[in-house]
Design a protein around this ligand. Structure first.
Ligand code: 13P
Length: 287
């Protein structure tokens, strides 16, 4: 059964480790992530972006697929199904569809509007026992080929949002989605420290987990980060393994063109990436 992410993240914050959010795109990814979480006896959060939700035909399909897998793969570790960077409307769609956690990304609104919408969604999510993440300070990334530098959130705005009763908070600390540019300045631990001081026990979320050096990840966890999002790294390892399979001509041998064979190396690569991250984040054995 899917669970809210609140309990697993409160435990992670208190225990000084982080739970990984791995984004899913299809059946193979979902299966690979769930099997790895079970093998590692680790809690896990499956992230679904609005785009990935649409690709998988809609949120109801995603909920049906994940619930079916939990039962048929005998998954017993805590699993949350979480909307990633949700808009106001899509938060409601996911609450209706049976997600166990949502993220409302109101970081692009003026702070007053972010506060008002977050407050309303906190009530709607909590009424159904669903956890909610909010965001302050937008997290950069590539847009139209230009990689934006990560913004640093204002700690006082973080406190204003945290006080609304959200379950975990994503705050920009110089992190960005996708690959980091050569001249990236690194994470702002000064900002993270100031945010943690004002938000107390609130688990903090680090987006853009791909490409952040291990020592920075560990330091971020020591300063209150309890959830780390990874997407691009799974995509890169999936693509590399699939390319290698095709370039070796394996799709031309026997029934190598069968999608169950063609997609298997990519799924194995995702498993290896997820395991490596769970070890780095310290969530192995914490289910
Ligand atoms: P990456 O794509 O950099 O791994 O970030 C994932 C993420 O933060 C999803 O919200």
């Amino acid at each position: 059964m899917l669970v809210s992410a609140k309990e697993m993240l409160d435990k992670a914050k208190a225990g000084h480790y982080a739970v990984g959010q791995f984004n899913i795109n299809n059946l193979e990814w979902t299966k690979a992530i769930l099997q790895t979480a079970q093998e590692c006896n680790s809690p896990v959060i499956l992230g679904v972006s609005e785009g990935a939700g649409k690709y998988m035909t809609g949120y109801k399909t995603v909920v049906g697929m994940v619930n079916g897998m939990l039962e048929e793969l005998n998954i017993t570790v805590p699993v949350a199904l979480h909307l990633d960077h949700g808009s106001y409307d899509h938060c409601y769609k996911c609450i209706e569809a049976g997600f166990s956690s949502i993220m409302f990304d109101g970081s692009h609104y003026p702070i007053e509007e972010n506060v008002a919408k977050t407050k309303e969604l906190v009530a709607a999510a909590h009424e159904k026992g669903i956890s909610i993440e909010a965001e302050v300070g937008s997290i950069g990334g590539e847009e139209d080929g230009v990689v934006g530098m990560g913004e640093c959130a204002d700690p006082n705005e973080c406190k204003a949002i945290a006080d609304l009763g959200i379950d975990f908070l994503a705050a920009g600390i110089g992190n960005i989605h996708g690959k980091y540019p050569e001249n990236w300045a690194g994470l702002s631990f000064e900002t993270l420290d100031a945010i943690q001081k004002l938000t107390g026990d609130m688990p903090l979320v680090l987006h853009g987990g791909t490409g952040i050096p291990a020592d920075m990840i560990k330091k971020a966890i020591s300063l209150g980060v309890a959830k780390i999002n990874v997407n691009t790294e799974c995509q890169l390892s999936f693509a590399a393994a699939t390319r290698e399979y095709i370039e070796a001509g394996k799709d031309k041998e026997g029934k190598g063109f069968d999608p169950r064979k063609l997609l298997a190396p990519g799924a194995e690569a995702i498993k290896a990436t997820v395991k490596e991250k769970m070890e780095l984040f310290g969530s192995v054995g914490k289910a």
